[in-house]
Design a protein around this ligand. Structure first.
Ligand code: GUN
Length: 292
């Protein structure tokens, strides 16, 4: 059976370090500040945003949350971001996605000052990651967290290892592939148009699933001994728990895959907790940069 890579524990380690360093920084007069902006009432987003704000407070940060109604005009959101860009007490700005349909999310992301873009979604940060300027980039939180989990099992240097990333999103798949490449892995990005995905997946020493399809990756797609990183968080019906009940599953069929994998991240309790921890780490980094 595979070793379980426990995201909760690793995330708590990261948070503990962030707390400690935030306290040091506060001693020299700079309190890290995180602004989280949410537009509309999406219930899952509300839960995520509440835990981001709560974690920021726990870390000793200045934490502000802006909850705007679903019909907020795009220009009003742009104006708010302008204010946050100019506010010296704010080091990180996060606009929760998805945004309501009438707002151009691409435009909104590009209005965030790259130096406060703790999500790492601005073209400047994407470009820095893509060109290996990782020292001054903000790296998107979910892939950054996934890399930290991988490091616990495989170390920092992935030379000679084949990595297959299933999913090509801007938030996870593409930055994950860049991080794996920077760590010297041989990287393939697979997606819905890939031919014979199971065969390709079986070549992977490191298999990353980020497609958002419940339990799509089956046990026999996993090479014996592979490290499996499951980024998916899918809510599915769980009639066995009672009528109307649900449970969370990943993009990987966990029970099957753990029979083959050398190590695997669970869902929940895997990559999920790492995302928020890395957001805190990015905000701290931004505050350190501002403090000079
Ligand atoms: N929605 C889902 N994941 C994320 C994320 O990492 N950042 C933001 N801003 N929104 C999200």
């Amino acid at each position: 059976m595979a070793d379980i890579i426990d995201g909760k524990t690793i995330a708590e380690d990261v948070i503990a370090r962030v707390k400690q360093e935030a306290a040091t920084l506060a001693g020299s007069g700079v309190k890290p500040g995180l602004a989280v902006v949410i537009v509309g009432e999406d219930p899952a987003s509300q839960v995520y945003v509440a835990s981001k704000s709560r974690r920021a407070k726990e870390c000793g940060f200045h934490s502000v949350q802006h909850s705007l109604p679903a019909d907020t005009p795009e220009d009003a959101l742009v104006a708010l971001i302008g204010e946050l860009n100019a506010d010296p007490a704010i080091h990180g700005i996060l606009v929760q996605l998805p945004l309501p349909g009438h707002i151009d999310a691409g435009r909104i992301i590009q209005t965030i000052a790259p130096g406060k873009d703790v999500d790492g979604f601005h073209f400047i940060n994407v470009g820095k990651l893509g060109t290996g300027e990782t020292a001054s980039a903000f790296v998107p939180c979910t892939p950054a967290g996934a890399m930290l989990m991988l490091e616990r099992v495989r170390g920092r240097d992935l030379s000679g290892l084949n990595a297959v990333v299933v999913g090509r999103s801007n938030i996870v798949g593409k930055p994950m592939a860049n991080l794996l490449l920077a760590a010297n892995a041989t990287v393939t990005i697979a997606h819905s148009r890939t031919k014979d995905l199971p065969a390709l997946a079986r070549t992977a020493d490191i298999l990353v699933a980020a497609v958002g399809r419940p339990e799509m990756i089956r046990g026999d797609w996993v090479k014996p001994g592979a490290t499996v990183i499951d980024v998916g968080i899918n809510r599915v019906a769980a009639p066995e728990k009672g009528e109307g009940k649900t449970r969370l599953v990943g993009d990987v069929a966990y029970a099957e895959a753990s029979a083959n994998a050398g190590a695997i991240t669970p869902v929940p309790g895997g990559v999920g907790p790492m995302t928020i921890a890395m957001l805190m780490a990015n905000t701290l980094t931004s505050a350190f940069r501002a403090a000079g």
